[in-house]
Write a protein that binds this ligand. Sequence first.
Ligand code: HEM
Length: 506
Amino acid sequence: MASTTAFLTRLTTITFSSLTQPLLIMFLLSLLTLYTVYIAIYRLYLSPLADIPGPRLAALTKWYEFYYEVILHGQYTFKIIELHKQYGPIIRINPWEVHIADPDFHRVLLPTNTNRRRHRTPFFTKQFGADESIVATNDHDLHKLRRSAVGPFFSTQNTRALQPVIEERVDALLARLREHGKTKKDIPLNMMYAYSATSYVEDPDFRAEITNGILTGSNYGKIFQHFPFLVPFLASIPPGMLAAISPFYRTFLHLRACITAQIGEIEKSLRSEEGKNAHLDIPHPTIFHSFVNTEALPPIEKSVPRIAQEGQVLLREAIPDDANEPVDLARLEQLPYLRAVIKESMRLSVGASGRITRVAPDETLRFKPSKLCLQCYPDQLKTTEDKEKEWLLPPGTEISMTSYQITTNPEIFPDPHAFVPERWLGKENEMRLDKYMTVFGHGARVCLGMQLAYAEMYLMLSKMWRVWEGGPQVGGGEDEDGKEDVEEKKGRRDGRTVGSGEKNHG
Ligand code: HEM
């Protein structure tokens, strides 16, 4: 104690020039220790989130999340769900972030009203290495501006107009399945579906290196979230060297460079005198032609690097996804059983498994467990005080929710891991469940490609069903002309063949 007092007295009397090297090191170490102690005390006792339940270690340091997310490879989602079972519907999952498990809070966090501002957080968005894209735009108002320019291209009406283009791709995919069915070999469905919307579906190996490149880029996302400086660092490594470290990531960066180059060319041609109206004549003007010409965006928003980043993200999002007279999409969407199968498939295939985080800059968000939440957490919310307590989350708080936790909630979807399309049948059931169909997000930042993804699924699935009626071996049992064995088909209709219990209710 005496020596500490003497040290502190000395500290107050010394001038900077009189510091010897050991003394300087001690001085800096003391400052660092004091700062660390202050940060720990602040996070545990003084922070506005200090009262929120949860593990103390998570409140103290983000390394807790790092352990589950990076060392254990993307396990934090499941850990968070476990923590809710221990601590209740509201928990603190890192020094700055609160996670809420009440399904009815989803629409408060992600409101449809675009005047209720919600920012994204740099921790989430830095991983994309495309800071200027819509998905990586943190600020609510800038996001609104950017989205307003691109949103109309993805409207229901414009997506329906794309039906012939999607049909053509679906037919190419069915042709591949037929061809493969004859060989009786396994087919890598993930690779095939990944390219169902591109010309790669005709390639012998579906250009697997591209899917792998994109998957690697996504897998690195968790590391990039914690160490964002790695994104520009990896991009600066010469391609030859990068190939030695990660060939797939190199492919990913190569794809990005191709998009940038294509957009650069479009922009150059549009800026040239003869090219000013050229986009009106070309057979397939792209979204980027319209982008460069739109009046809705100020010039700074139309720079090639920014549009290239948008393209990169759109391409990546379009990829992870899933027969002879065309049927109108609008009609297909009205078929109750087909709709039920697609919704149930979407629910179970999860989509984005991580949490969605938002910051409300102007609002104190209030959380009080809903009726549904009380049913979900009866053991954690026993007393009247627990049930009635309202939590006030001040403006600027990072708040998150996880779609997977909602879409596998047994109070909403009984037997949640079973594939039960029938749960969606009936108008009332469907309306009740739609509210909790959170796989595409909700509100101002709901998935831009949602209608397109649904259109692809309706067209693909309906055609496959019409061609093979859910037979035991898709693509098999056909003759040279692609006509399925009539007896086999008939047998399935009568319920005689294995795997045919279901009839096409659509
Ligand atoms: C089954 C397929 C898909 C699923 C499950 C899915 C899911 C999601 C989710 C959960 C979000 C985040 C919403 C949020 O932060 O609140 C999102 C955003 C986004 N998605 Fe998708 N998506 C799919 C397909 C697509 C497709 C095909 C495209 C484009 C062609 C696309 C483009 C985007 C874009 C640009 C955003 C950012 C929107 C914004 O910030 O305003 N997605 N998606």
